[in-house]
Design a protein around this ligand. Sequence first.
Ligand code: IPM
Ligand code: MG
Length: 359
Amino acid sequence: MSKKILVLPGDGIGPEITAEAVKILNACRDAGLDAELEEGLVGGAGYDAEGHPLPDATLAKAKAADAILLGAVGGPKWDTLEDLSKRPEKGLLGLRKNLNLFGNLRPALLYPQLAEASTLRPEVVSGLDIMIVRELTGGIYFGQPRGVEERDGERVGFNTYVYSESEIERIGRVAFEMAQKRGKRLCSVDKANVLEVTILWREVMNRLAPEYPDVELSHMYVDNAAMQLVRAPKQFDVVVTGNMFGDILSDAAAMLTGSIGMLPSASLNAHQQGMYEPCHGSAPDIAGQGLANPLATILSVAMMLRYSLGEPALAERIERAVGKVLDQGLRTADIAYPGTRQVSTAEMGDAVLAAFAES
Ligand code: IPM
Ligand code: MG
């Protein structure tokens, strides 16, 4: 049966980068992928057109899709919206929550061709291959109560950091299984020296460990993990952590690979339905100028083929095509350095397309 893919370009550089990824998706369809593409509005684009960052029509299409490709959401235009529930980011969070996309996979893989593009010394990052497994539908992002209210004559803001045992267990299992398929080392990141919720997190991870005897489980406090990521990042194989720590650590890990413009992501529910998006944001400062790097979005398509569409061979073909283009010395502005050739967003997309067609 034909698969349904929903494309949600979103805001800022979102439309430019998803346009390049759609070229590759269409090339996959020419190569035998049986899929239909649909488009929808999300984020600021949804708000402007429909008055809501996650219009009902978009949510309905998302629920019916096998996979979603999302560009990015947000921008200064909407940052002043008083009603937080109308902010573009709520479109993204609403999709994650409504589709129960609790398992967020963020691979930080350094293409050897980009060792020079990292701000860290090549010997620190060369060979880097980390998988961050971030819990995506719980934690402080969604905990209740939350708000800003008047208490004793001043305003007080509050959020709740909460995880149930079952939420910890299901993300733990995703991470242990991921470690089994990779280097068999799993580091669980918490703040168990201060926060009760992460004491429970650590307990659950320890309880699961005997079921995965081939995986070596370790624990690290989040502050130390941030330091270790920039000190000696190659010590990590799979990292599992909660929503907010994962948000922060994955940005840091992204920079190890040269540019956050290189990092794809997958957000999966229990039925392999997934949303695929670059880890970076909407970069409003460079939107519409052809400067954005489309590779994170193109690599997100590869993840989609692997995790939701059951097409690992096509996924590898895309990843090889990206490697080939980097070998040719083509670089968008974020990964360019002397001796390489700087190209635009569309030129990069076309080069990947050509390399894909040849392979
Ligand atoms: C991410 C982003 C989002 C998050 C924002 C846009 C809400 O930073 O996907 O990492 O915080 O999860
Ligand atoms: Mg983030």
